[in-house]
Write a protein that binds this ligand. Sequence first.
Ligand code: TNX
Length: 530
Amino acid sequence: MTRLLGSLLLMAAAGATTLGAAPAPAHAAATPLDRVVPAPASVTPGGSPYRITRGTRVRVDASGSGSASGSGEVRRIAEYLTGVLRPSTGYRLPITDHGTGGIRLRLAEGPFGAEGYRLHSGSAGITLTASAPAGLFHGVQTLRQLLPAAVEKRTVQPGPWTVAGGTVEDRPRYGYRGAMLDVSRHFFGVAQVKRYIDQLALYKINELHLHLSDDQGWRIAVDSWPRLAPYGGSTEVGGGPGGYYTKADYREIVRYAAARYVEVVPEIDMPGHTNAALASYPELNCDGTAPPLYTGTDVGFSSLCVPKQVTYDFVDDVIRELAALTPGRYLHIGGDEAHSTSHADYVTFMNRVQPIVTKYGKTVIGWHQLTGATPVPGALAQYWGLDGTSAAEKAQVAKAAQHGTGLILSPADRVYLDMKYSKDTKLGLDWAGLVSVKRSYDWDPGSYLPGAPESAVKGVEAPLWSETLTTSADIEYMAFPRLAGAAELGWSPAATHDWDTYKVRLAAQGPRWDALGIGYFRSPEVPWQG
Ligand code: TNX
């Protein structure tokens, strides 16, 4: 209600500029309070704006309901915020627990849930309130978007740094808002993964699924099977040098992600997509012979040897070591495209491996083919079908969902970020069709899969497969702008879903991506400014 009224007021106030056709004048009014991606749950504009100046302080509440550790987190979030604001504003922005006004971050009881927040802006200051640090962190992302795009630059900019007056009250539709990066087909180093994590955090994405193994490369060190990474990770698609994460590297990724309220979901894809492991250890093959390393892009030709006991010793060791590196709840065991495994063997394998994951304290995620075996209680199935997927396959997934298997939705013809935007897109694949920005955004996760109860849907994830991608620039070109749409589908209430208003909010992200050095696809569907 507030939200609808707010939008109407904003539209009336902003008039034609809502269409975003004209470049913003130098002294443009502050960004309208609802020009945020993902769309907040509720926006109530009004009152005087707040201007960040040389004298602004960032206040953290030492008292209130914040526990000692909570207040440490609040200070860390304040440091993150000032880390964004200082280079472009040139202001000192001291962090303090005294005084009044300024930008205040506080933990308090309220209707915020684990990740929601309230942002209030008025002439006296800005107050961000949440009942948990994650909510404050997400509120900081909203605040960034309410400031001029130049705030994202790393050199001093003229400002002024004005935030429109009013209140944003916000909390996510889904707890699982994910992005997947395939580091197997091409390897991406720690710095590249961190760069992507920073980009995910901007849009309140809270899960980073790392596809750590596939036919072309094994990317995580495993002490008990020491050849996996140095040998199995020694190449990639096209024959490049590949690479892998040492355990220290991996812990650093997990730490960096956690500091941005992103949980890392590691995937070891099994029983197919395992050529890199099979090449590293002959005993994992049914015929005892290791195949050569593989640098092509075919799928479905490899399988772990389901009848051999050593297979399960291997899986137990790998999962034990990976679980020990993983503070997060989930461990993804793949299970897709096992075309070289018989159905009976597939069921045997998946049903034997899932309890290994739960034994080490993790929740199973599998690609939706897992529903052809017997998902363990609590398991999540990641649906990657498309409009053309057979009714029988969709029904199998829906039936599992009716029986309690949670769903993560990654429909390939909507949120596979590696699909080409149009026939002219140089990077990417097109097996699921061309996926324009509008097509990627314009669907509803809650009612997407026929027969699956809305309550089974735990969230949305946008996978990025890397057969054709070798650099961060490649990742960003395919991810932006579609990643922002997937983030909105995961965060925003269904009632806010509207392409015509979304595309205007999306257009406002363009200058931010320019400021951040993100080279995005300037889709003709979006009214980019300038
Ligand atoms: C299908 S999606 C795959 C991957 C490919 C991808 C390319 C899925 C679970 N499997 O092996 O990389 O298509 O788009």
